[in-house]
Design a protein around this ligand. Structure first.
Ligand SMILES: C[S@@+](CC[C@H](N)C(=O)[O-])C[C@H]1O[C@@H](n2cnc3c(N)ncnc32)[C@H](O)[C@@H]1O
Length: 311
């Protein structure tokens, strides 16, 4: 079997026992521990995916997304060139973020994807429509899943697409369908980790590494916003954190962001990943947007379980 980049995969290690992951759809309702307060930002990003023209994004064109996006656009156009680079290019960095996840997904060419905190992203639907052999499970907290289900009433869903409730901070990630022996597995959290405290990140990452280990190994993708990306103008990070914090119900980002990417990759390894490293987002950017990446406030991080996962 060839991978998406044309290279042959190394042989898989024997699989671990899977007792924690039943094959049937017996879903235990998780305790409402998650961070439902950050949901408005999912509407904002969904609107960004609409504006950028991602396939199927129109299904998630919500009034809340339009309102939030409209206010941000108005503020940006008033302040215009006075804004520092990270704010001037904020929209482009957001579009690029979604594009680079997609590009990395294409390169890894997984058979099975679990995306937690998928919000109103159209990616699962698009991937499963384009690749009937790929299983894509999108998961989120109950209210967001309900909103997404409601929006799916307008369309038909492929048999290889699943939508389920999962709390990253729960005891384990219980899925409606599990990876089969030999499948290449990818886990994603886009736009989620830095809303979590350090303790919550550790719980989430332990859950994700355990899921991948039980699946026989795999790869995890997320983005982080280390303070080191704002070394030139730390006040920009403060303004951005206060604005987003206010939008999501007064969340304080104090202590939530890593100082540098090495702190994030070290925590990932403590949480059960074998390797963790920053990817070169610029080289994964196949979009039409090419702002200077030195102002970009996020870094794309990949972590693997099982030696055969890294390309
Ligand atoms: C900022 S939104 C990002 C949505 C989407 N990934 C995107 O990029 O457009 C964060 C999402 O994470 C979900 N979320 C927050 N805490 C969670 C948790 N503990 N478990 C699962 N999902 C969570 C929220 O409900 C929300 O949909």
């Amino acid at each position: 079997m060839k991978r998406g980049d044309g290279t042959a995969p190394k042989p898989k290690r024997p699989r671990a026992a899977r007792s924690a992951f039943p094959r049937t759809a017996t879903i235990r309702a998780p305790a409402r521990r998650g961070n439902a307060g950050i949901a408005p930002t999912a509407h904002y990003t969904a609107q960004a995916w609409v504006r950028e023209g991602f396939p199927n994004a129109d299904l998630f064109d919500t009034w809340m997304g339009r309102a939030l996006y409209g206010v941000a656009e108005a503020a940006r156009s008033i302040a215009g060139p006075l804004l520092p680079g990270v704010m001037r290019h904020a929209q482009e960095y957001l579009f690029i973020r979604h594009h680079v996840y997609e590009e990395r997904l294409r390169q890894l060419a997984p058979d099975f994807v679990l995306e937690v905190g998928a919000g109103l992203s159209p990616r699962g639907l698009t991937c499963t429509r384009e690749r009937p052999q790929m299983i894509y499970t999108e998961a989120d907290l109950p209210d967001m899943v309900q909103e997404k289900r409601r929006r799916f009433e307008q369309t038909s869903l492929p048999a290889n697409y699943y939508l389920t409730t999962i709390d990253l901070l729960g005891d384990a990630l219980v899925l409606p369908v599990n990876p089969r022996e030999g499948q290449r597995v990818l886990a994603i959290t886009e736009g989620v980790t830095d809303y979590l405290s350090m303790e919550e990140k550790a719980v989430a990452w332990k859950n994700l590494s355990t899921f991948l280990r039980d699946a026989g190994g795999g790869t995890y993708l997320c983005e982080i916003h280390p303070m080191s990306q704002h070394a030139d103008s730390p006040w920009v990070a403060q303004v951005a954190m206060r604005t987003i914090g206010a939008l999501v119900g007064g969340l304080s980002f104090e202590g939530r962001l890593f100082e540098c990417p090495e702190d994030a990759t070290a925590l990932m390894q403590q949480c059960g990943f074998d390797e963790a490293y920053v990817l070169d987002a610029a080289s994964l950017n196949r979009s039409r947007h090419h702002p200077p990446m030195q102002h970009c406030h996020w870094l794309l991080v990949e972590a693997t379980v099982g030696a055969d996962s890294r390309l």
